[in-house]
Design a protein around this ligand. Sequence first.
Ligand code: NDP
Ligand code: GDR
Length: 340
Amino acid sequence: MKRALITGITGQDGSYLAELLLSKGYEVHGLIRRSSSFNTTRIDHLYVDPHETGARLFLHYGDLSDGARLVTLVATINPDEVYNLAAQSHVRVSFDEPEHTGDTTGIGSIRLLEAVRLAGVECRYYQASSSEMFGASPPPQNEDTLFYPRSPYGAAKVYSYWVTRNYREAYGMYAVNGILFNHESPRRGETFVTRKVTRAVARIKVGSERYLYMGNLDAVRDWGYAPEYVEGMWRMLQAPEPDDYVLATGFAFTVKDFLVASFEHAGLNWEDHVRFDERYLRPTEVDSLIGDATRAQTLLGWKATVDAPELARIMVDADIAALGCEGRSWIDRPVLPAWG
Ligand code: NDP
Ligand code: GDR
């Protein structure tokens, strides 16, 4: 049985990746942060009491800021695959907390790489790199596009990208960067733009909210569907040789396009409800990200199939369905459609 360690298992991608690896028969170990309230809602439905026979998901307290803990965990778990998904992942927040973002999203990666090296474990390592590294470089962006980050988050991800490549070259580690463009789902964090919109649409639809306050509606993004992207992560670690890959749909939509699609799907007129608030602007914006995933398609056979308008429909439907169950855990909720 293969063993995987996932940092960031309580996040959007971590939860889908854990599901995928469990379905493939892996034993899955996840790093979770100690929190004063429960932070495992996205994975509660996967959890089996470890006292029961057949449990294959195990959670361990730890933090990317604690290097010694990472060494102990990697040495004890002895994983075949390590997926480093943990990060302070919000671009706007990285301007408010630049030092913390650098420590987690940047230095955190080298702590984990060092843990793998010091523990002497033979494993394959995945680094969650980001299209935000391209920043101001014009689209379409691929693996050869110059990095020009526009936020402390983007700069921290560039650092993580290069240390991952450096450990591959310096120590012969099987270490890869997945350069993923925006990917969303009903499990997306509530303060990222797509989920903020679809959650507000649901609330406006049932009359519990009237206005949605937004920042820059002109930004162009290449939005895909998260479950397809975690499949791409796994494929990267199954390739014969380590390499870096872009995952993207190749299609461009503005924030306004996503707004319109979401409101229309719920039978609402967006102009009646959307207001501007400069608080959501960023000191430097990334204007346009459109990915070229040819390498992943050619070498991994990976291709995105869900585009932004379909994503908007999936997420609006899920948020409307979830409104009836607020305050209840994933496991108690009525069964959602397959994508839920
Ligand atoms: P989320 O913000 O949903 O999840 C982030 C995860 O990291 C959470 O599990 C969080 O724990 C954990 N985490 C944060 N700080 C620490 C820390 N100091 N130590 C340990 N764990 C920590 O992100 P996504 O799932 O959307 O993204 C996964 C990764 O992929 C991130 O690295 C992100 O930057 C990157 N990425 C995401 C893209 C996207 O469109 N979603 C695109 C490209 C890259 P907790 O639940 O306790 O907060
Ligand atoms: P992004 O995602 O910055 O691309 O990073 P986000 O959804 O936060 O913003 C996308 C675009 O929407 C504009 N925008 C707003 N954004 C937010 N959050 N809230 C608003 O009210 C709002 N109004 C307009 C933003 O200015 C931006 O242009 C995501 C994260 O998941 C990163 O971790 C990941 O690396 C990148 O995607 C690829």
